[in-house]
Design a protein around this ligand. Structure first.
Ligand SMILES: [Zn+2]
Ligand SMILES: [Zn+2]
Length: 399
């Protein structure tokens, strides 16, 4: 789930200027992060013990608010697409909650085909574990688009789930009418595993503001359902481009039907103003999500910049003898691969919670860093520019 796997970007051992300040605690953190990725995950609670593994993100103090000081955000781990026996899943609603808690998620939605009964069943355990649970359901057009809807009120009465008609006047509900019903119930809609492409119903829904998110990664579909093998995994890179072009929030979901298993899990990071169902829904509507899978973070440029304001620190450290070092710090649980402009070295992977010193031949005024596993587009990485001030504190610039 938190794996950083861009082996092609791994730093070479020949780099003498680099010293990692990995301390014992950070090594321990790394070790259990590794365990989080590779250990098989069975239904451990049936044997009496479940351990939650958390890897916190630093809080973000963002841009100034219009009034009342600066905004702050929490980064939450989400999975917004899950199944239980209320449709074709094999794990009960309560066990879904325990499993998500074990895997370090902060917010989930159970999204059975045509049913949201799992919500009421799962809610007591979610409350007991302080896990945010959203009401959810999977639905969509007949034989075509699968849509996940989240956060709608209990009053919503779904019509013809997965069997919406593409033209009006049919026996089944017309998709435009049902999308309006979901919106009237306060629901949020995202396009799940977008294997049938960007057809008129989805374009219409985007244009009306009735569809606001899209999965770029879905664990269950694997190499099927029109995914593309790229960046070392099977996913929907073309949906990433659509998200940028149509201003959709990006999602990476498990769509788990069985138990989660031991492989890396997709995560949708949510940059929320508060840790609550309302806070998560506000963040989804605002588009503050990051699709996190295969060691990559994919989102809109403005969301990644907001995340990076707290996630990294780049500063200058000087000795009395005049030696200068670039001092990099990763304050978060995800590996970050940095390529520093003007330095004849391979990209450096800054592990979870690591600090690193990079020797400099001269003292620069600025550092320009391209983050090789942060993507604004499938073919474009995020670049940050850091003014190296006299105090050593870096001020991240917007390019
Ligand atoms: Zn589906
Ligand atoms: Zn599904």
């Amino acid at each position: 789930m938190l794996k950083r796997s861009a082996d092609e970007n791994a730093p070479e051992k020949r780099v003498p200027e680099v010293r990692s300040a990995g301390t014992a605690p950070s090594c321990a953190v790394l070790l259990w992060l590794l365990c989080l990725v590779v250990l098989p995950k069975s239904a451990a609670w049936s044997q009496g013990a479940v351990v939650r593994q958390e890897a916190p993100f630093p809080a973000i103090v963002g841009e100034p608010a219009t009034r009342g000081g600066r905004l702050s955000y929490e980064v939450l781990r989400g999975d917004f697409h899950l199944h239980t026996p209320h449709s074709d899943g094999a794990v009960s609603p309560t066990d879904r909650v325990i499993e998500a808690w074990e895997y370090g998620y902060d917010v989930i939605a159970i999204t059975d085909h045509g049913s949201f009964r799992a919500y009421e069943e799962a809610l007591p355990m979610a409350k007991a574990l302080d896990l945010i649970l959203l009401r959810g359901m999977e639905t969509g057009l007949s034989g075509k688009e699968h849509l996940v809807t989240l956060g709608f009120s209990a009053n919503y009465r779904p019509r013809d789930p997965h069997r919406w008609a593409e033209i009006p006047g049919q026996t089944q509900v017309f998709y435009q009418d049902e999308l309006r019903s979901i919106a009237a119930a306060g629901g949020y809609v995202l396009y799940a595993h977008p294997h049938v492409g960007l057809r008129e119903p989805v374009l219409w829904a985007i244009g009306q503001g009735l569809l606001q998110g899209i999965e770029v990664k879905n664990d269950v579909v694997g190499s099927g359902w029109n995914t593309v093998e790229s960046h070392g995994t099977w996913w929907y890179p073309f949906a990433f481009d659509w998200a940028v072009e149509h201003d959709l929030a990006l999602f990476a979901d498990s769509d788990a039907h069985g138990t989660r298993g031991g492989t890396e899990q997709a995560v949708t990071l949510v940059v929320a103003r508060e840790r609550s169902p309302q806070g998560v829904m506000e963040a989804l509507h605002a588009g503050r999500t990051v699709a996190c899978f295969n060691g990559m973070l994919c989102s809109h440029e403005w969301v990644l910049r907001l995340l990076m304001t707290s996630l990294v620190d780049v500063r200058l450290t000087e000795t009395a003898e005049g030696k200068a070092f670039l001092h990099l710090q990763n304050r978060g649980p995800l590996g970050l691969t940095a390529q520093i402009a003007g330095m004849p070295i391979e990209p450096l992977t800054l592990g979870a919670y690591q600090k690193m010193l990079v020797g400099l031949r001269r003292k620069p005024e600025m550092a320009t860093v391209t983050w090789k596993n942060l993507y604004l587009r499938p073919t474009e990485n995020l670049t940050t520019v850091h003014a190296l001030t006299e105090t050593g504190r870096s001020d991240q610039d917007n390019r």
